[in-house]
Design a protein around this ligand. Sequence first.
Ligand code: PHE
Length: 454
Amino acid sequence: MTVRRTSIHGEWSSRWAFILAAAGSAIGLGNIWKFPYLAGEYGGGAFVLVYLLAVGIVGLPIMIAEILLGRRGRQSPINTMRTLAAEEGRSPHWQWLGWMGVLAGFLILSYYSVIGGWTFAYVVRMAGGLFAGATTGTVDAAFSALVSDPERLLAWHTLFMIMTMIVVARGVKSGLERAVRFMMPALFLILLLLVGYSMNTGYFTEGLRFLFAPDFARLTGAGVLAAMGQAFFSLSLGMGAIMVYGSYLPHTASIPRSAIQVAAADTTVALLAGVAIFPIIFANGLDPAQGAGLAFKSLPLAFGQMPGGSLFGALFFALLVFAAWTSAISLVEPAVAYLVENRGMNRVRACAWVGVTVWFLGLGTVFSFNLWSGATLFGLNFFEALDFLTSNVMLPLGGLLIAVFAAWRMSRKSTESELDAGPTGYRLWWVLVRYVTPVAVFIVLLHVTGLLGR
Ligand code: PHE
């Protein structure tokens, strides 16, 4: 049955506007900061292979399901789930899926903003020429100086939060579309420049081999879980960001085609970042498994050694701030849309509430790199625990429930008319999202209980 609701928050001007916004959400620190350091930590090729499989058979079907639910419900994820559950004669408890997403978005943004702050700091450092002729000693010292200083981290975190909330307060659609259109190609070009640099390090093939030749002996259960978690994180799935963007999607747009384009753009950027970074790592004898500082130590080395590096470096980190920003916006949009719909707030008030809450939560991450670095739970500090809980538990669980709702709780008539993908395309999606995706996510998630029980 065809249902045509309209969103009180308005619609994207076209399918392209949606693609740009969704790609803006997907492409961010996850691609350039997180993907390389996870690949390094979990041994390279085999991790990357599992990640790519997860993007294809878990991420893509769930992305389609999320957009579909969003467009049909046309409200914040909480109200969308409530409305669709009622329409399909299902339990009102499905709205809890929306609430879990709001919580996940708060938790993720609280540390995302701190890393966005690092990126900011690097724009200034690059522009100031701090890394001209840099050596491994310089980049190590510069990174430690930043993360060991809580006041500085706090200042950058505050700035990042303020910038994010100002954009959200003005409404997601105005401005975002135009900015992303310019920012994405620019980021892409500088990544290509970095890849060009890496080709000349003498370690290019070594980097490629590390990333793409799978060595299954190095793949652990924790690595498989992290690879799947990263697929959710990088594609912005499982917490309602893509659902709320889908709720502004015009009815005429093709959902599967849009999802494929967004996932392909996101994956390309992550792989390019890996291809750029690992040759630099090997050429300079850095440890690929050193963790969260990887991109912030390797990329300045490359910029420090190339002509015009300070300029390109500053531009690169500025574009990365921007990419982080367009992701951050989508992390709080579900909550803001809910406050506007149900609490009668205007966007500015809603943003003030959300912003202050997330800023406070972010203090935990700020301190986990310095004052609280010794405080651990299951061997993880506050930031690592938050990252594990969100990427490896909450997002996959949210995604699993989205798949179950779309494939087992909605009638076939509803999903088929909303998807409008032709009989073969629909059938393929339906089999994946009904059987393959939930089973795969469930099996990988079981590993969490094993890890915690160790
Ligand atoms: N996908 C974003 C990134 O890779 C992060 C994100 C996760 C955004 C979940 C929204 C929802 O940087």
